[in-house]
Design a protein around this ligand. Structure first.
Ligand SMILES: CC(C)(COP(=O)(O)OP(=O)(O)OC[C@H]1O[C@@H](n2cnc3c(N)ncnc32)[C@H](O)[C@@H]1OP(=O)(O)O)[C@@H](O)C(=O)NCCC(=O)NCCS
Length: 230
């Protein structure tokens, strides 16, 4: 099925899957229809036509696909290894780990892990990253589909704030604001000079930004200075 006038993202969730720790998990199934002028300008399959993107939660079965996507997108093993560690790190739970498939081929992966705003243990905070799309599918909306779906799931779970250290030209189109330090949010490690705009925040509940401030602590596996340089 193809969509003529807008991008159609199908987010498919198994009804009886297992989560990354192998625990049974009841997952919803839904279809998102997304019209976004910022992403329907670049459709690789011809004018007005976008291949369906199936988004599914990462499980033990498809984890190798997620790791391979990470390796290919970044051209190194570092991000895949970080993902592998985070998915078995109790301090990273609960995670949102989603895989995008096109034509039954893994095209993208996104991971959000639990974090803390120090001094505000009542807040639900997550860190987005890594986000990865295989080279041949980049700039066709796969990354956007994953970010949109991951933020929707975060909102449903009651997450207050999502942080990302990433490409400053990319994430603001998905609602992230930079620099997060200007809103009072320090990253887990001091940023390198010039990286200020890469540390971004998005509130999923209106009014959180401006009422709280502090340093963000990531999951244990993420607390290494080398992960906090853009
Ligand atoms: C960055 C990445 C996740 C974006 O996902 P994607 O599916 O390729 O991007 P989308 O189709 O959602 O969006 C495309 C738009 O985003 C912007 N964009 C994408 N990658 C970008 C980059 N590396 N730098 C700046 N802008 C970028 C572009 O404006 C592009 O649209 P345009 O070329 O028509 O102007 C993907 O390219 C990727 O995996 N890159 C390698 C790994 C990486 O850098 N991950 C992000 C770490 S923060």
């Amino acid at each position: 099925m193809w969509c003529e006038s807008s991008l159609l993202f199908e987010a498919e969730f198994d009804m009886c899957g297992v989560d990354v720790l192998g625990k049974p998990r009841l997952m919803s199934r839904r279809v998102l229809s997304v019209t976004d002028p910022s992403i329907d300008a670049d459709l690789s399959s011809g004018p007005g036509r976008a291949p369906k993107v199936h988004i599914t939660a990462t499980t033990e079965l498809n984890l190798p696909d997620a790791l391979e996507v990470e390796r290919r997108a970044f051209g190194s093993k570092e991000e895949a290894e970080l993902v592998r560690q985070l998915l078995s790190d109790p301090t990273a739970m609960p995670v949102i780990s989603l895989l995008a498939y096109q034509h039954d081929t893994a095209a993208g992966h996104i991971l959000l892990t639990n974090a803390t705003l120090l001094g505000h243990a009542d807040l639900e905070v997550m860190i987005l990253g890594p986000l990865a799309v295989v080279p041949e599918r980049q700039r066709t909306g796969v990354g956007a589909a994953l970010v949109i779906e991951a933020l929707a799931e975060s909102r449903e779970r009651g997450v207050d704030l999502v942080f990302v250290l990433g490409i400053p030209e990319y994430y603001p189109r998905h609602g992230f604001r930079a620099p997060a330090e200007a809103f009072g949010f320090e990253p887990p490690y001091p940023l390198a000079e010039g990286d200020e705009q890469a540390w971004m925040v998005q509130e999923l509940k209106p009014g959180v930004i401006g009422h709280v401030r502090g340093r963000v602590a990531a999951a244990d596996s993420f607390m290494r200075p080398e992960y906090w340089r853009e």
